[in-house]
Every structure is written in C-alpha cells, then in structure tokens.
Ligand binder design. Structure first.
Ligand code: NAP
Ligand code: MG
Length: 478
C-alpha cells in the first residue's frame, strides 16, 4: 500500500510514424539528393536517439529550388485562378487533419514538446491556417489591397525550431493563397514534419515547384537570403540573425518581414482573479518549455498581491509533470537541443550571480536527453540579465509594481515589443493599459491565445510585418 497515487504511464504510440532513415531535399515536387551529398542527423532531444539523416542544402541546391519555384510561379501557380489555388489549400488542410496523429507524434519526437501540445495546438492550428487562407485565395480583390493585387513572385521562408510545422503553415498559407511560390528552410534541429509535409504535397498533387523545402543549418538560410532570385524573405527566429538578414538585404529590392524575439510582461493587478491568473502565468511561460517568442517571461505583480500570487504559483508548479514528451500526462517536455540548454543554463546562472533568488519545485529529471526544471526568480531588478534578455526556456522572472503607470513603464522597458498580458477585473483598465503597452499583441485575462484570423507580429526589436488574418496577406502582395 502506498499513500501516493501516482499517474500510470500513458505514452502515445510511435507506430503511427513511418520514419525513413534518410530524407532528401524536396525540390520541384521530388525528393532529391543534395548536390554535394552532405547529410546531417536530427535527434530526439528527450532521448538523444538519432531519428533520421537529412540532406544539407548548399547554394547549388538553393539555386535549383529557386529556379523550380520561379518556373512554377510564372507558368502555373501565378496564372491559376484564386478559386483553383484555394482547392489545393483546402485539400492540404484536410490531409493535415487526416494525418494529425502521425504529425503530432513526429513533431514531439523531433522537437521534444509534450504530445498534448503538438496534438491539441501545433497540428490543428497548422490545418486551421491553411483552411483560413484557402478562404482568401479567391477574395484577394476584397481584402483592402486594391481590386487586383498581384503576387510578389518567389518567397524565401526561414523558420525556427519551436513550432516547426505550425511556423511552416504560417509562412506557406498566405504565400500560396496570394499566388506566390516558396522555398522553405526549416530549422536544423526540427526538419522532419516539414519533410513529411513535402510528402503530403505530393499526395495532394500540388504542382511541382510551388513549394520547395531545403533542409540545412544557418548556411542554407544564408544562401537563400543571398540569392538574387528571391522577391521576398520571411524570417522567424532570433533578433541577431534578423539583423544580419536586414543588413544582407539592404539596397536590394527584396521585400522583408521579420518575426523575432520577445521579453513579454504578464501584468497581474490586485483585482485580478488570482486562480485564473496563476493558470495564465503557467501557460504564459511553461507552455512549450518556454520556447515561445511571445512567452510571458517577465511577471509583473502588483505589490499588494505578491504573496498570494507567488504562493499559489509555487503550489501549482509543484503539480507540473516534467518528462517523457510522448506521455499524454506530461506538461513540460525536453529542451530542444544541447545548445539551447546551455544558453538557458548560462542565463539562469547569471541570475543567481547578479543576486536574484532562484526557486524550482522538486522534480526528478530523466538521465538522458536535455532537460531543465521549471524555474522562478524573485528579487529580480530591471537591470538583471534575466529581466532583459530572452531566455527562451522555462524560466520566469518576477518583478513588482505599485501603480498602473509604473506597470506600463516597467513593461515597456525592453528592446522587444511582441506581446503582453493584463489581468484585471476592470475593462477600462484593460483599454487604458493596451493603449500604452508597446507590444504587437496584448492579451487580457488570458495568454498565448492564437487564431488564424488574428494578426501577429512585433514592434522594435521584435521585428516588423504581420502574419495571420487579412493583415498577413499584405507582405505577399505587390
Ligand atoms: P535563429 O538561430 O535565428 O534561427 C532561425 C532560423 O534561421 C533557423 O532556420 C536557422 O537555421 C536560420 N538561420 C541561422 N542563421 C542564419 C543566417 N545567417 N541566415 C539565414 N538564416 C539563418 O533562431 P533560433 O535560436 O533557432 O530560434 C529562437 C529564436 O526565434 C528566439 O529568439 C525566438 O524569440 C525567435 N522566434 C520568434 C518568433 C516570432 O514569431 N516572433 C517565433 C518563434 C521563434 P538553423 O536552425 O539551422 O540554425
Ligand atoms: Mg530534432
């Protein structure tokens, strides 16, 4: 007999995924070997097991992909009526739904995120983006961008590892709906769902060359940016790489949108419903191990309620389940790579050195793989690195304020401006705050809510341009 009632393991089956040992590049509708023959391995960050070898595209491969995209754009996809393009996007959305379980398991294997997130967020949201933009394809003349808006041509799209399939959908759906063709560069550590997406594009008979997928590391991305044949670059990733891309494109006619990092304030007023706010804080920073550009990584709590908020937050964090990402009961999965784990560890160490107080709930971490326990810092001052730099991990920095003015000043005291959260009973205060917070998205009494019809994007060093909704069409139209 035991007085502890523990969860039984509830792992999702891997059998739904049919992993090949090797994947080529997806160019002109076919999987092809990289010109120079280079391959790299992608691992499961929860176990360090090698999942597959993947082709490494160099400048020659990127050139082939862009040539295929150009041909497809001028000969097939561009001239095609919007209503016909819409059919392909609907078909793609339907197949993503049909193969949702396979894609969710594969995303969790390659990325390390909990299966409940890949199953309930990443994959359904990816399908929702294609459904939503399929609806725009034949209505572009009514979107507010002139009566006959034209595509730009060939889009180069570079995405990060935190939401691999979902970011591919955010990029491809508006580009294809508007008549552009694309060359997509997935992140080095998470190429697999993009490659299965290539198989799905074959399954739906998408005309060859409309979407091309070039896997590789940063060099592959650089080759795409440097190629004179791209009409647009859409980049999601770090602010430092975003700045490099902006410099590379200076003086060229290539259009650019950048979705970069963030250091969002999640602001709790003394009249907020504390239990709901605590759930929102947890969702804001521990969803996807905190590998979220719009994560609520700076908690601003009104001083008079600091104690009850922290008490409840710590109690709640003690119930989070960290471990096997394929287990349906897991709340926090693996850190995506050893590099990211090293980055998080270095920043957390700096927090301790600079004098903040670190707290972690008791939790046993697996021996193999890359893991980091949920972490809360109190006694944080605005000058600490953990209050200024993006950690991109399960680490929350807690600060306090006394008045709404002080909350706004502290929230805006960051080079970033991607998102913010406000928790209060008062509707007027929500409006007052959202007029003053310099962030692209402001959530009120919720956090991390997404919808394909809602635009998303940043201010300042979080980038420019919007993705999602009607606004997300503009960056792909001439
Ligand atoms: P990253 O290093 O900037 O990588 C992003 C993508 O760019 C990857 O595909 C990467 O390839 C590629 N890349 C690297 N160097 C390049 C270069 N010189 N030229 C062209 N492409 C290059 O970012 P990360 O560390 O993987 O991702 C985390 C960052 O992304 C965080 O800062 C986060 O805030 C941000 N992010 C922002 C959003 C948003 O919507 N605003 C969403 C998600 C993530 P490799 O992976 O192969 O290196
Ligand atoms: Mg991987």
């Amino acid at each position: 007999m035991t007085d502890v009632w523990d969860y039984a393991p509830a792992p999702e089956s891997r059998d739904v995924v049919d992993l090949r040992s090797e994947y080529g590049l997806f160019i002109d509708g076919k999987f092809v070997e990289p010109a120079a023959g280079g391959m790299f391995k992608t691992v499961n960050p929860a176990t360090e097991e090698v999942l597959a070898a993947v082709g490494e595209a160099d400048a020659t491969d990127v050139d082939r992909a862009i040539a295929a995209a150009r041909r497809a754009q001028t000969e097939v996809w561009g001239p095609m009526p919007g209503a016909e393009r819409a059919k392909y996007l609907y078909r793609l959305a339907r197949v993503l739904q049909e193969r949702a379980r396979e894609l969710a398991v594969l995303e969790t294997l390659d990325n390390g995120k909990p299966i409940k997130e890949s199953r309930d967020v990443d994959v359904p949201m990816a399908a929702a983006h294609f459904f939503s933009y399929a609806g725009w394809a034949d209505k572009l003349g009514h979107a507010g961008y002139g009566t006959d808006p034209r595509p730009l041509g060939v889009a180069g799209q570079i995405i990060p590892w935190n939401f691999p399939l979902l970011m591919a959908a955010w990029k491809l759906a508006p580009a294809l709906a508007t008549g552009n063709t694309a060359v997509l560069k997935p992140a080095e550590t998470t190429p697999l769902t993009a490659l299965v997406l290539g198989e799905i594009l074959q399954q739906i008979d998408l005309p060859p060359g409309v979407v091309n997928i070039v896997t590789g590391a940063g060099e592959t991305g650089r080759a795409l940016v440097d190629h004179p044949g791209v009409d647009k670059i859409a980049f999601t990733g770090s602010t430092s790489v975003g700045k490099q891309i902006q410099r590379a494109l200076a003086g060229r006619p290539t259009r650019l949108t950048l979705e970069l990092g963030g250091k969002a304030a999640n602001i709790i007023f003394d009249d907020a419903a504390v239990d709901q706010a605590v759930e929102g804080i947890v969702n804001g920073i521990f969803f996807n191990q905190g590998h979220v550009c719009c994560a609520g990584s700076r908690l601003l709590v009104q001083e008079s309620v600091l104690e009850p908020v922290l008490d409840k937050l710590k109690r709640r964090l003690g119930t989070l389940r960290v471990g096997d990402p394929l287990d349906k009961n897991t709340d926090l999965g693996a850190i995506n790579s050893s590099e990211q784990l090293a980055r998080i560890t270095e920043l957390v160490d700096s927090g301790v050195e600079e004098g903040a107080d670190r707290w972690q709930p008791e939790c046993a971490l697996p021996d193999r793989g890359y893991w980091f326990a949920p972490t809360v810092f109190t006694g944080v001052s605005q000058s600490h690195r953990i209050a200024r730099e993006e950690i991109f991990g399960p680490v929350l920095s807690v600060l306090t304020f006394r008045t709404p003015d002080e909350a706004v000043t502290k929230a805006n005291n960051t080079p970033y401006g991607l998102s913010a959260g406000v928790w209060t009973e008062k509707g007027s205060r929500i409006l007052w705050m959202s007029q003053r917070l310099r962030a692209g998205v402001i959530w009120a009494n919720t956090f991390n809510r997404f919808d394909p019809t809602s635009p998303f994007g940043g201010y300042k060093e979080s980038g420019f341009g919007r993705e999602g909704g009607r606004h997300g069409l503009a960056p792909y139209l001439a």
